[in-house]
Design a protein around this ligand. Structure first.
Ligand SMILES: Cc1cc2nc3c(=O)[nH]c(=O)nc-3n(C[C@H](O)[C@H](O)[C@H](O)COP(=O)(O)OP(=O)(O)OC[C@H]3O[C@@H](n4cnc5c(N)ncnc54)[C@H](O)[C@@H]3O)c2cc1C
Length: 333
């Protein structure tokens, strides 16, 4: 096998740590892939007061963690982080760098790829090792009309961003050990041109969709904003989160953060209830990790109905109202 060589690096994105699990999910996938190319799984983390995260990365599969802990790195700064990571990459020659497709990662990874003169596959929905030892980066392409397997045959490192929720994190291993390599802030960094003035957390609701074990997704078949709002009521009874298709978000029946699909979020619920959704590939690409799908649609031939474990041919609004009535009655009992 022609091994591309070099270790697999996962860039540590630890903001909103308890909700944002993408770094841990990437460490897990890197561990699946590493044996095929004889690589070691490493995490790279920049910032200040990082010890807690370093321990977490080791407990979740990093064998080596490169740590640059300095007050000058306290706030995420794309230019500075990309400059530093490019220098580290030049010094240690990783074969692959994986970055979570978070708001930060989507800005940081292209900046890093540019500095390294390598390619980048953005928003991957799967990663594998091909027979030639290259990283096969699976991502929606050509406006989302097809799913492409992309490789980087010559340039190194191979770089990909991956959607949160695509892979399952390895359970916390309290006995795991790893190497910690502490690095000083490099000299001669260009001055910071962008300063963080303030930051504010998003409301809880918009952050939990990827992690929710019950997701109630609604599509255009809900018919109106008023009928769509019933899904939020149902979600409260089921302790779930509401997702939506693109037409629903465009009609402002649901916020952008609720968008499920290629342009939105990947979900991995135990139970997915899908109401009035046709099942376009741009939506269903984000559902492959759902355990059990119940779809309600007037059209029994809709793709979503064929994907579902249970397909209910009915009016979506009526089924939603009936479920709410039933759950309310059970609470009263
Ligand atoms: C580049 C690109 C990116 C995209 N990204 C995304 C994305 O991230 N997420 C996304 O969702 N879409 C995305 N889309 C749009 C996607 O192609 C589909 O248009 C969209 O998913 C369809 O949404 P829908 O199922 O709600 O609507 P429709 O396709 O219109 O389906 C409505 C469904 O409701 C059913 N229905 C109608 N009335 C009722 C009723 N009373 N009761 C029950 N069922 C009923 C119909 O039978 C139909 O199956 C993208 C498109 C492009 C080109």
């Amino acid at each position: 096998m022609n091994k591309p060589g070099g270790n697999i690096w996962v860039f540590g994105d630890y903001r909103n740590y308890f909700q944002n699990r993408v770094t841990l999910q990437l460490l897990s996938r890197a561990n699946d892939l590493a044996p095929a190319v004889g690589a070691e799984v490493c995490a790279v983390i920049l910032g200040h007061d990082l010890d807690e995260y370093v321990g977490e990365y080791i407990a979740h599969g990093a064998k080596t963690v490169y740590v640059m802990d300095d007050p000058a790195l306290k706030d995420y700064n794309v230019e500075r982080y990309a400059d530093i990571t490019a220098r580290l990459s030049a010094a240690h020659a990783p074969g692959t760098i994986l970055v979570g497709a978070t708001a930060f990662g989507r800005e940081f990874a292209p900046a890093l790829a540019k500095r390294l003169g390598t390619g980048l596959t953005a928003d991957c929905i799967d990663l594998n090792i091909g027979e030639d030892g290259l990283l096969v980066q699976t991502a929606p392409a050509f406006g989302g009309n097809l799913i492409a397997d992309i490789v980087t045959p010559d340039a190194r490192p191979q770089m990909a961003t991956v959607r949160p929720g695509t892979f399952q994190e390895i359970p916390h291993n309290y006995t795991a050990t790893g190497r910690i390599i502490r690095l000083p802030l490099p000299e001669g960094l260009p001055p910071v041109r962008v300063r963080l003035v303030s930051s504010r957390r998003l409301p809880q609701r918009t952050r939990r969709l990827e992690d929710a074990s019950v997701v109630i997704c609604g599509g255009r078949g809900m018919g109106s904003k008023t009928r769509f709002r019933k899904l939020f009521e149902l979600a409260r009874f089921m302790e779930g989160e509401v997702g939506a298709t693109r037409p629903v978000v465009h009609s402002r029946w649901a916020p952008q953060e609720a968008l499920v699909g290629q342009a939105g979020r990947n979900i991995r619920p135990r139970i997915l209830l899908s109401f009035g959704i046709s099942g376009a590939i741009q939506h269903t690409a984000a559902l492959s990790n759902a355990d059990f799908i119940i779809a309600v649609n007037k059209n029994p031939h809709a793709t979503m109905m064929k994907m579902a474990d249970v397909a209910v041919v009915a009016d979506a609004g009526q089924v939603c109202s009936a479920l709410i009535r039933e759950l309310k009655a059970r609470i009263r009992e």
